[in-house]
Design a protein around this ligand. Structure first.
Ligand SMILES: [Zn+2]
Length: 234
């Protein structure tokens, strides 16, 4: 990572009128939440593919498999936001928005008031039969709703489900009004999230901060751990 890159990033942030952050798992790994797409991620060694388990089909046809997978691998209720969440929150509350792929709610915990959760969040739990909202504590006991016998689920977008249309519309509006786009902690290969870039304002500057280069041509790339970058920022 070059010092000049960091200085340039700070300058772009200072000069921007409206910033959008597009974030992924790399932001939450420092809070102890494993990046399920990286080598040591939670999906390693799982017999069945996550795409199969995290589907509507498994949720309804084999609810115990779905439930044990999410409970054992995806919930980290004690996790706390780290410096990256905090600095992004600070900037967003002043002049920006965050669109995140993360479902861990840590950005909201960090006090960010402009969070769009592209894939929903794990703590928005409800009964699929009576639609009552359910607490994490209750869900952690059982996946069957005691009141009605319905299957309980988290409000995350499953692999065979589409993005909520309102979330998509809101995300596109944010992209169009932002003059600085900062991609952070994501390999940026998951669609349709990665397609959001196609909606950026034509005058917007685009900067990516990630451990590895992302496959998007023509943008500024800072290769490194996002936490080292955010430590530097004001
Ligand atoms: Zn119910």
């Amino acid at each position: 990572m070059k010092q000049t890159d960091l200085t340039e990033l700070q300058k772009e942030i200072d000069n921007a009128k409206h910033i959008v952050f597009l974030t992924g798992a790399g932001v939450s790994t420092h809070s102890g939440i494993p990046d399920y797409r990286s080598k040591n991620g939670i999906y390693n060694g799982v017999q069945e593919s996550p795409e199969t388990i995290l589907s509507e089909n498994t949720l309804y046809e084999r609810p115990e498999i779905f439930y044990h997978f999410v409970m054992n691998n995806m919930y980290f209720p004690k996790a706390q936001p780290n410096l990256i969440h905090q600095k992004i929150a600070q900037i967003c509350n002043k002049k920006g928005d965050l669109i995140t792929q993360n479902i861990d709610r840590l950005d909201t915990k960090a006090g960010n008031k402009h969070v769009t959760e592209f894939h929903g969040n794990l703590y928005n739990i409800y009964c699929t039969k009576c639609h009552h909202s359910i607490s994490y504590e209750e869900y952690s006991q059982n996946y069957i709703h005691q009141n009605c016998g319905g299957i309980i689920r988290p409000g995350i977008v499953l692999y065979d489900e589409s993005i909520n249309p309102e979330t998509l519309t809101k995300s596109i509006e944010i992209m169009q009004k932002s003059d600085l786009v900062i991609i952070c902690g994501t390999s940026f290969v998951v669609y349709p999230f990665a397609q959001l870039l196609a909606y950026s304002n034509e005058k917007a500057k685009i900067i990516a901060i990630n451990k590895t280069e992302i496959p998007t041509p023509g943008i500024k790339q800072i290769i490194g751990d996002a936490i080292d970058v955010f430590k530097f920022l004001n």
